[in-house]
Design a protein around this ligand. Sequence first.
Ligand SMILES: [Zn+2]
Length: 412
Amino acid sequence: MKAFSQLIGVVALLGLSSGSSAADVSARARQVHDAALVLDTHLDTPANFRRPGWSIADDHQHEGDLSQVDLPRMKAGGLDGGFWVVYTAQGARDEAGKQAARDHGLERLTSIREMLAAHADEFELALTADDAERIAAAGKRIAFISMENAAPLASDPTLLTAYHRLGLRMLGITHVRNNDFGDSSTDPKGAEWNGLSPAGKRLVAEANRMGIVLDASHASDAVFDQLLELSTAPIVLSHTSADAIHDHPRNIDDERIRRLAAKGGVIHVNAFGAYLIPTPRIPARVQAMEALSKKYGPEGRMPADRVPAYLAERRAIEARYPVKRASLEDYMAHLLHILKVAGPEHVGIGADWDGGGGVVGLEDVSALPLITERLLQAGYGEQDIRNIWGGNLLRVLRRVQEAAVVSEAESS
Ligand SMILES: [Zn+2]
């Protein structure tokens, strides 16, 4: 903790700022933003919950430790909460790999529940749309729980029942590689199941039965099509951008955006730079970053006193092999395009905070009012903006839970 505050002091002395201050927005934008329930569908912040010396309650600087979400910055940026992610990297798919994924998922879920228990005055678990509204009205931050990559369920898909009882309300099928439930949009090996596997189709039915929102981000187009076809309730893309602005397998085309909207779903627009603009892959840079990551271990486990040296080495690599970074303009190009295609009732925000998201001019959640300002400038009204920030998501959640067979009373 001490090392972090010292580091922040150094950052302040150097005159570095986050580069995007919510104070820069107009009074009208701030007022509209503060009046809205502001949710993000993909907060990877649980990756930091076991970071030695790191607390969600402390104020951090993105330049100081690369984190993007904490309570002081949520307050500064008017972020009421969102879906906090149980993310699991796709590992080996043999028995040992499945058990490792199962254990990792349970540990990540536990770390979210521990954070909520440790900060019960400031955060609260949300299970329903009504919960979210009640928690925000009480002045607390909303914590829905989601899963990115269903790999923790591969060894025993009936674990979904336990996850549901412990609060899971959104489920993404894959990450960047195929898994036992379906194909990823970015697996270099290509399609393995031509969409969902038989186990994946059963998982979809179970999620529908329990009232868990299905999330097609990262999944292949065929998985998206089959989710739309099979799901008895609307689905979402929790963090996805537009092919029409930057053609990338991880993004989605306009025709699919229209079909998602026609079925009542919502696309939450991602701020992950490499999906927003073309970014060349420089093998020497990739190699250097991999070596760095091997030397220091994952950021989410890095002791505070190792962070400055890690950041210095990382910045030296970035300077040696520069790659153009996406900007707020690039992000808005995707968001405004998707708004035109889907309509403002089918768009939300899922910027991939603490998971690789963030662009120049929108470096952490304290900058979120800038999006509201841009939406006002683009001619969107207050009701549209409220829908984009959270209303559309809560509508989907209500419809998914109305269609469920398992009552909310059966979960805790
Ligand atoms: Zn992701």
